[in-house]
Design a protein around this ligand. Structure first.
Ligand code: ATP
Length: 323
């Protein structure tokens, strides 16, 4: 194998650039020439390619986002779209592909590898919802950004006796909300994995008020059955007396845009290196991920056919700490 390609797909995650850099530079050791694909799978379908030398990936390790751009491609989800992508890869004499992304992206990687093309995945999403990966690229940085916001909100909430409903990203996964709730000392956490009826949440906020707390912080996952705005609406409609005045804050994309921290840079570098190693060894159809502190590979078929679960004990723990 002489020429490989790399793409970033799905939601951008801090650390993706460190992974691209690692692929390009460790690839040189394996005798690879690397082609960068712009805008994820759409760029693969359109043949939007750029050769990446070691200097082209200089100065990007500290940047958030992805220099290659990311996109969501409906076309690639169709067999015709994937055939077009294969044609582009073959026309450019590309013999292997590295896909840096989350669940949907690895499903696409699996589909391409099933068509006989060598593909290796790198686990990268702030949602931390990839089966087999303990923690994915971008999670740690996104978590720290959410935490910084929560810490600041606590200061102002205490001054004004307020309750804040803080909505954090994570699509259908409550991981970021739960972890930022635990680390930020939230009074309650609302996540899709475990149902919290809104009347129970109102009761939790009232209890915090009656206990004499200066504020109440509730971290709400964007994928929860009722999001932060809907919860606030419910409280208003049902004239729930909370004690505190209520405010809603949606962190949204602010959470994604940060400079990757040391953890994500190192994780991305290790996973990118593993991916080139796998292709060089002739292995394909696998995901490179961190599990129990070790860099491992597992079949993409297994990754995409399983759902990652959230440890119920951590949700219980969050509840125990709100006294
Ligand atoms: P994140 O969760 O961090 O946003 P993700 O990788 O899960 O990342 P998605 O939008 O779900 O993001 O997927 C990214 C892209 O992967 C899609 O736009 C599509 O091009 C491709 N993809 C998703 N599902 C499939 C599928 N079933 N078959 C082929 N390609 C797919």
């Amino acid at each position: 194998m002489q020429r490989i390609a790399v793409l970033t797909s799905g939601g951008d995650a801090p650390g993706m650039n460190a992974a691209i850099r690692s692929v390009v530079r460790t690839g040189i050791d394996k005798g690879f020439e690397t082609i960068g694909v712009h805008h994820g799978y759409q760029g693969l379908v359109d043949g939007d390619f750029q050769a990446l030398g070691p200097r082209d990936v200089g100065g990007i390790i500290q940047q958030g986002g992805t220099v290659l751009g990311s996109a969501r491609s409906e076309e690639f989800k169709t067999p015709e779209g994937r055939r077009k992508a294969l044609r582009e890869l073959n026309q450019h004499a590309i013999e292997g592909l590295i896909v840096i992304g989350g669940n949907g992206s690895q499903t696409g990687a699996h589909a391409l590898s099933e068509m006989g093309f060598p593909v290796v995945g790198v686990a990268s999403t702030i949602d931390n919802d990839l089966y087999g990966a303990e923690i994915t690229i971008g999670v740690d940085t996104a978590l720290n950004i959410a935490l910084e916001a929560i810490d600041r909100l606590k200061v102002t909430a205490s001054s004004h006796q307020r309750a804040f409903l803080v909505e954090v990203m994570g699509r259908d996964s409550g991981y970021l909300a739960l972890m930022s709730g635990i680390a930020g000392g939230a009074e309650a956490v609302v996540i899709p994995e475990f149902e919290t009826p809104p009347e129970d949440l109102a009761e939790q906020i009232r209890i915090a008020y009656e206990r004499g707390k200066a504020h109440a912080i509730v971290v709400v996952a964007e994928g929860a059955r009722l999001n932060a705005e809907e919860l606030a609406h419910y409280f208003k409609e049902h004239r729930e007396e909370l004690g505190f005045a209520l405010r809603v804050i949606t962190l949204g994309h602010v959470q994604r845009g940060g400079q990757p921290g040391a953890f994500d840079r190192i994780l991305a570098t290790r996973l990118g290196a593993k991916a080139t190693e796998e292709l060089a060894a002739g292995r394909s159809g696998v995901l490179c991920a961190l599990n129990k502190g070790e860099v491992i590979t597992l079949p993409l078929a297994e990754v995409v056919s399983h759902k990652k679960t959230l440890d119920p004990y951590l949700f219980e723990l969050a509840g125990m700490l709100t006294k």
